[in-house]
Design a protein. Structure first.
Length: 237
């Protein structure tokens, strides 16, 4: 990318912060307003998160690519579409932004800043759900980018909106979001003990999705990607 690394890292941190603040903040608001109706509370989380993803990808995509997710950065690196040495700084920026997003949500709703979630999210069904959710996210990103790049923001937002409902885990599909949500004892939280299995499942799904995408939408070879040199002008012309 042409943007300086520092600018891209700032974009990743801010974008991830806004994404997490949306998820956690919407969870707090919806749980307060839903009157104990969990389906309504989940819907109140789903719609803002999906909408915000579209906005964030459109906003930060031109700067950093708007990965906003360590699984996306690693999958892009696995496909050699992103420099592997830049994965570590991207992931650190995403993690820092995610934590700031949680704290921002807590402050907006006047909750204690430092919290630890007590919400258990575990079991083979939820682990499989996270792998499938992340796998599908990778197919969405790589498939749309290969054929209709302008559709990526909307497609990702719609995919996550749907995945909230068809997966048993409500589709975290993002290691940075998962880690940050362990620091919020709210509707969106996840107990810290359950985080490693979620992250492992997400990584498995991400690499499986990257591998499948290479079969479905192979990157052009270097030879075909480089334009042919123009013919030399005859001497004396």
């Amino acid at each position: 990318m042409s943007e300086p690394l520092a600018r891209r890292l700032l974009a990743e941190a801010l974008g991830t912060a806004m994404l997490v603040a949306t998820g956690v903040g919407a969870g707090i608001m919806s749980s307060r307003l839903a009157g104990g109706n969990e389906a309504l509370a989940l819907l109140g989380c789903t719609l803002p998160t999906g909408a915000m993803l579209v906005v964030l990808i459109l906003t930060f995509g031109p700067v950093s690519g708007a990965h906003l997710n360590p699984a996306v950065s690693l999958a892009l690196a696995a496909r050699r579409q992103f420099p592997m040495p830049e994965c570590a700084p991207y992931i650190l920026a995403q993690l820092a932004g995610a934590v700031l997003g949680v704290w921002g949500a807590h402050m907006m709703f006047e909750l204690p800043l430092l919290q630890v979630s007590t919400t258990a999210r575990t079991g083979t069904g939820q682990w499989l759900a996270e792998a499938i959710a992340t796998f599908g996210l990778m197919l969405t990103i790589f498939g749309c980018a290969a054929r209709t790049p302008a559709s990526v923001p909307l497609a990702v937002g719609l995919y996550i909106t749907a995945a909230y409902w068809f997966t048993a885990s409500t589709s975290f599909a993002n290691p940075a979001v998962t880690i940050a949500r362990a620091l919020s004892d709210t509707f969106a939280g996840i107990a810290p003990a359950d985080v490693p299995a979620f992250v492992a499942a997400q990584c498995i799904g991400a690499f499986a999705g990257a591998a499948a995408s290479m079969l479905l939408w192979p990157a052009p070879s270097e030879e075909s990607a480089v334009p042919a040199a123009p013919p030399e002008t005859p001497a004396g012309s």
